[in-house]
Each structure stands twice: as C-alpha cells, then as structure tokens.
Design a protein around this ligand. Structure first.
Ligand code: NDP
Length: 433
C-alpha cells in the first residue's frame, strides 16, 4: 500500500490474489524465501507519456497514456489498450496484474501487460480518433514488437482503433510486423473468431461450470451487463447454447426485454450505428429502458457482468442470490467487488472470476499471433474449436487446482493458484529476475 499510494483498483486485485496463495507458499517455501510475491507485484517496466492531438476545430488537447509491462516470464507482454476517461495508473496496473495470471492459464506463451489512456472516444469524430491513435503510437511504437510487447483492444478500443494504431506502427517502423498487434481486421492479419472470442469463451466457461453440477445453459434466463464487444458475443453464445437473455445495458441505462433481447438489433445499434442502448427501447415497443437502472435487480438464473470493474457490489450480489441466480461468469475484468465475491463464494453458486472466465479473448489473440508467425489464416470453425478446447482446459485446471489446495468448487482459488504456479516456476527457473 505504501509503495503504490492511491492505486485502489491495483490494491484490490493484488489483495484478491494474495489472499488465496497461503497454501502454495506452505507447499513451496522456497518461493517465499526468494521473495516471489514482492517480485510478481512489481511491474518489470512502466511507461507513462504525453499524447498531444488536435480536434477538428484545431484546438490542442493533451492526454496521458500508459503501458505497464508487468511480467514476461512466459512470453512477450500481452494485454489490451483501454481508452476511457477513468484510466489512470491504478487501473492499468490492476489490469496488467490480472493479465499475468490469466495469460498463464491459457497455456499459451504470453506474458502480462496492459495499457491505455484517459482519452474519451465518446463524441469524437473518426478523424479525431485517428489523430489521437497516431499521436499515441508515435511514442508507444519504440516499446513494442512481436517478441517484446503485443497490445490489443479493450474498452473503447475496437478494430477501428487497432487499425489506426497498427497503421502508424507500420509507417514509423517500415515493417509489416503483423504479430505486433492483435484484434486486427481479417484482410490485414486478423484472426477469425477473435472478435467473438471473449464473449464466447465466457459462456463456454459458464457452460463448463454448470456441467460440473450436472446442469446446463438450456432454458436458462440470463442478464448480461454492457453492450460492447464482450457483451454482444456473450449474448450470441448464450442463444446458441439454448439460453435466453432478457437484459443488457450501457453506462447510461438498462434495457429489459422479457421476450428475449433481439441480438441483431443490438449489433446494428452498437456496432454499425454506434448509438446508445436506449435506442433499442425506442424501436421495440414492449421493451423497457430504465435510465441509470440496476441490471442486477432483474431476476435471472445466470448473470454475466461484461462492462467494467466494480460494477457489481455486495448489495447487487444479495439481490441476485435472493432472486435465484445460480451462476455468475465474469466477461469483464474484476467486475465484482470483494464483498460480492465473498457472498457468491459463501452461497456456493457457480462463480467464475474474470481471469479464468474471460481468458478466451487473449487466448485467441495468441492464436492470431500463431497465424501471423506462420503466415497462415485458419477457418472460423478451427479457431473456435481451439478456443473451446482452451476454455475447457482452463476450467478443468481451475477446478482440479481448487480441489488439490482444499477449496473444492472455488474457482477464485483455483485460478489464482494455477496461474501463479506457472508464472512463479518459470521465474524461478530463470534465476533472480
Ligand atoms: P467495449 O468498449 O466494447 O464495451 C464496454 C461496455 O461496457 C459498453 O457497453 C460500455 O457502455 C460499458 N461500460 C464501460 N465502462 C462503463 C462504466 N464505467 N460504467 C458502466 N458501463 C460501462 O469494451 P469490451 O466489451 O471490450 O470490454 C468490456 C470488459 O471486458 C472490460 O472489463 C474489459 O477489460 C473486459 N475484457 C475485454 C476483452 C476483449 O477482448 N475486448 C478481453 C477480456 C476482458 P458505454 O458505451 O456507455 O461506455
């Protein structure tokens, strides 16, 4: 705490991991002796820089950008870029810290990193977004490389922004280094199923948790927060597996459609027209829009937080449990507060923490890197099948690790310990790094 004052989200993420590691340090005392915890909590490198850019009226703006290169024991730093006004060092460090363990869980050779800026893309023209991305990359490029650091998208950074960022990298370096960025468009080095991967993966994880309880998604009523990349494809896979989504949201409000959210409509509103989710209720008369509504008050059997950190607190968790919710799968990073997590774990419902449940996105990014390295392009079916296998493996690994360390059914403990062991053993093998 004293070392990183004011970084509350980072403290929260570290606390949540350290709380579960006691039994590991008892079993492997040499890790404690070599101060593995202190090392793993300290980023290998942090870059903070100025991003000056001009709006369409010619006015100058200055934003701050970050890239936290947290841990490269397993591979190049890997993790997305977030553009949101709330971004500061504490957010990027929490995301980068989580990313270390998540990436380890995928079983693929990727280290952990994260970046972003306090730039707000809302209301900006496409030209302004392009100028901002170009200015940001004019500094960031020197820190990147397919063997060094490989960013991707996150909140506020989709394929359009990745295009502007990658284009500027290519221009400055004079290298068509496809593997330096993931989340690219299909015609310029992207992977099929990457766009869908985080949402699909979260629902695969949910399905595995339910299967472990001799249950399944068929006929289950779900609510999904957010209506961005992760939320949209989580909804798509829920429908494919026989579930029904009755509510989704954005930062302004929630939409409830008891007949089932019409996903094609949401895709058009969010992906094509880039409008607010309230548009849905303007178009669909029987749907309800509640400004600043609480999505967790909508009764459901499965809840999928897919918007942002700390969006589900203790009160919300109580409400969900009272209403009969039996499963929570986190598409977002750290969406549940510590109090909410405690209530979920105590209640014994199936609770899949983000670092395991949403790892399908970064896993498919690593598959994009594989395709780039071999100058190949896989089919959608093949890529999705790989994603599905990876999610099943992550589930099994978390489940078995939780059992082994005396916390059966606790995916928080399972994910933290399995991820930690993989990274810490690699670090140990490489000497004092
Ligand atoms: P998008 O920008 O595509 O969508 C974000 C959604 O969440 C939007 O509906 C947005 O609403 C809402 N949202 C964002 N911030 C807030 C807030 N402060 N309060 C309420 N709602 C908010 O981002 P993604 O879908 O890519 O990311 C969502 C979450 O998933 C994040 O936690 C991200 O870190 C995590 N994640 C994403 C991965 C990916 O592959 N994209 C991979 C793994 C995790 P509005 O438009 O009104 O802002």
């Amino acid at each position: 705490l004293r070392r990183n004052p004011g970084e509350s989200e980072f403290h929260q993420a570290v606390h949540e991991v350290l709380e579960t590691l006691g039994p590991v340090l008892v079993k492997y005392p040499e890790l404690a002796e070599r101060k593995i915890i202190q090392r793993i909590c300290e980023p290998e490198r942090q870059i903070i820089f100025r991003v000056p850019w001009q709006d369409d009226r010619g006015e100058t703006h200055i934003n701050r950008a970050f890239r936290v290169e947290f841990n490269s024991a397993l591979g190049p730093y890997k993790g997305g870029m977030r553009f949101h006004p709330s971004v500061y060092l504490g957010i990027i460090k929490f995301l980068g810290f989580e990313q270390i363990f998540k990436n380890a869980l995928t079983g693929l050779p990727i280290g952990g990193g994260k970046g972003g800026s306090d730039f707000d893309p809302k209301g900006k023209s496409e030209d302004e977004i392009m100028r901002f991305c170009q200015s940001l990359m004019t500094e960031l490029y020197r820190h990147l490389g397919e063997y060094t650091d490989v960013p991707a998208g996150d909140i506020g950074v989709g394929q359009r922004e990745v295009g502007f960022l990658f284009g500027q990298y290519k221009r400055i370096t004079n290298r068509y280094e496809s593997g330096v960025f993931t989340g690219k468009g299909l015609s310029w080095g992207g992977s099929r199923a990457r766009k869908e991967a985080t949402g699909f993966g979260t629902v695969y994880f949910l399905e595995e948790m339910l299967k472990a309880r001799n249950d399944g998604l068929e006929g289950k009523t779900c609510v999904v927060s957010g209506s961005g990349n992760v939320a949209v494809y989580a909804m798509e896979k829920i429908y494919e597996l026989g579930g029904k989504v009755i509510a989704c949201s954005d930062s302004s409000g929630i939409v409830v459609d008891e007949k089932g959210i019409d996903l094609d409509r949401v895709k058009r509103i969010k992906e094509v027209e880039r409008r607010r989710i309230s548009t849905y209720a303007d178009e669909v008369k029987h749907a309800k829009y509640i400004e600043d509504g609480n999505i967790w008050a909508v009764p459901c059997e499965a809840a999928l937080p897919c918007a942002t950190q700390n969006e589900l607190n203790g009160k919300d968790a109580k409400k969900l449990l009272q209403n009969g919710c039996i499963a929570v799968a986190e598409g977002a990073n750290m969406p549940s507060t510590p109090e909410a997590i405690r209530l979920f774990l105590e209640s014994g419902i199936a609770y899949g923490p983000g670092k395991a449940a949403n790892a399908g996105g970064v896993a498919t990014s690593a598959l994009e890197m594989q395709q780039n390295a071999s100058r190949d392009s896989w089919t959608f079916e093949h890529t999705e099948q790989r994603l599905h296998e990876i999610m099943k493996n992550i589930h099994r690994n978390c489940y078995e690790t939780a059992d082994e360390f005396g916390a059966p059914g606790n995916y928080v403990t399972g994910a933290n310990i399995a991820g930690f062991l993989k990274v810490s053993q690699a670090m140990e093998a490489m000497g004092l790094i």
